[in-house]
Design a protein around this ligand. Structure first.
Ligand code: FAD
Ligand code: MG
Ligand code: MG
Length: 304
């Protein structure tokens, strides 16, 4: 699929989710509202200030569930933008071939996540800038973005899949400048109001491939030495396990048709042998989407 085709698919997935009216759980109703607000931020505020086909807008992508949700919604908006402006600008084809994206690499990324990012580059036609590692010292995220901006000075604003429930996320706004100790650009954060349950509901319904680490109990993915599967998802004996239940049966069983995946199966990317060996030391966990409590999302992060 080229960018035009995948943007159209993302638009159709989003629209189809918004049209769900049968078997609707309160989570689905809330997620429909969350999508509408995100689309409003993107179509009415962001696209009115920055042109989405000029390179002024970039997208920060690390293969995680939140930025993937944002990517699906954003690409859907890009398709809508194309339809709305096609005649005005006399476009005879989709005006962008690859989406400008940026990934800040770290030495300690799970190989399954790296593979997943590579597969996202293919699937979503990303023009991915990957920051270089420096063996002699650790480069901060702010510094990495400074280097990125020197190479891509056309960038004025960057989309981020941050949510209010993330650390330091509470007081953020959908559109705001970076802090003083950061290089100067505008942060675009259209997903701030999303809760963990909304993320899973939309992602599982979308049937898009998601990073395999989520299927083995991860709910938030940091560096290898600082992330484990979420302890709240550890498999116990049957009776003790009854506290956990799946809130997304409907989304999984009625997911957006994707010919590659059997109905009622979750579309997960393959784990590498290296990660499988590493994870075998932790024991068995329920999939990440069994967790909907935002407060516990980062319980698998080891504090240093
Ligand atoms: P996650 O859920 O892992 O990340 C939240 C989102 O950040 C992701 O959805 C993705 O869009 C982006 N992201 C995270 N890690 C990466 C990565 N390695 N490569 C590319 N994108 C990534 N903090 C400040 O204090 N002041 C700032 O002005 C500021 N500006 C920022 C601008 C950008 C473009 C980004 C990406 C981050 C910025 N941050 C800033 C840091 C930000 O607030 C988070 O601390 C940071 O994104 C890490 O998120 P997380 O791991 O807590 O959550
Ligand atoms: Mg996140
Ligand atoms: Mg992170």
């Amino acid at each position: 699929m080229n960018l035009e085709e995948i943007a159209r698919l993302c638009h159709d997935i989003t629209q189809s989710y918004l049209d769900i009216s049968e078997g609707v759980s309160p989570i689905i109703v809330e997620t429909q509202e969350a999508i509408k607000l995100s689309r409003k931020h993107i179509m009415e505020e962001i696209f009115n200030r920055w042109c989405p086909i000029s390179g002024e807008i970039s997208f920060s992508y690390n293969g995680g569930k939140d930025c993937q949700v944002l990517l699906l919604i954003y690409l859907g908006c890009l398709w809508k933008y194309y339809l709305d402006n096609k005649d005005k600008f006399n476009w005879d084809k989709f005006p962008l071939e690859r989406l400008p994206t940026v990934f800040i690499a770290s030495e300690e990324t799970f190989t399954s996540l790296e593979l997943f990012i590579n597969s996202s580059v293919e699937r979503y036609n990303l023009n991915l800038y990957k920051s270089q590692l420096d063996k002699t010292r650790k480069i901060s995220m702010a510094e990495a973005f400074d280097i990125f901006l020197k190479e891509y000075p056309i960038t004025k604003s960057i989309l981020i899949g941050v949510r209010r429930t993330d650390p330091f996320g509470e007081h953020l706004s959908p559109i705001q400048k970076t802090d003083l100790n950061w290089p100067s650009f505008v942060r675009l954060q259209p997903l701030l109001h999303w809760k963990l349950a909304h993320i899973w509901s939309f992602l599982l319904y979308s049937n898009e491939p998601i990073c395999g680490l989520y299927s083995v109990g991860f709910t938030s993915i940091g560096s290898i030495s600082q992330t484990t599967p979420n302890p709240s998802l550890k498999k116990l004996t049957n009776s003790e396990d009854s506290k956990l239940s799946l809130s997304f049966d409907w989304e999984i069983n009625n997911s957006y048709p994707n010919s590659m995946v059997k109905k009622s199966e979750v579309n997960i990317s393959k784990l590498t042998d290296e990660d499988i060996t590493l994870l075998s030391t932790f024991g068995e966990f329920h999939p990440g989407w069994y967790l909907i409590d935002d407060k516990l999302e980062r319980s698998g992060r080891i504090k240093k």
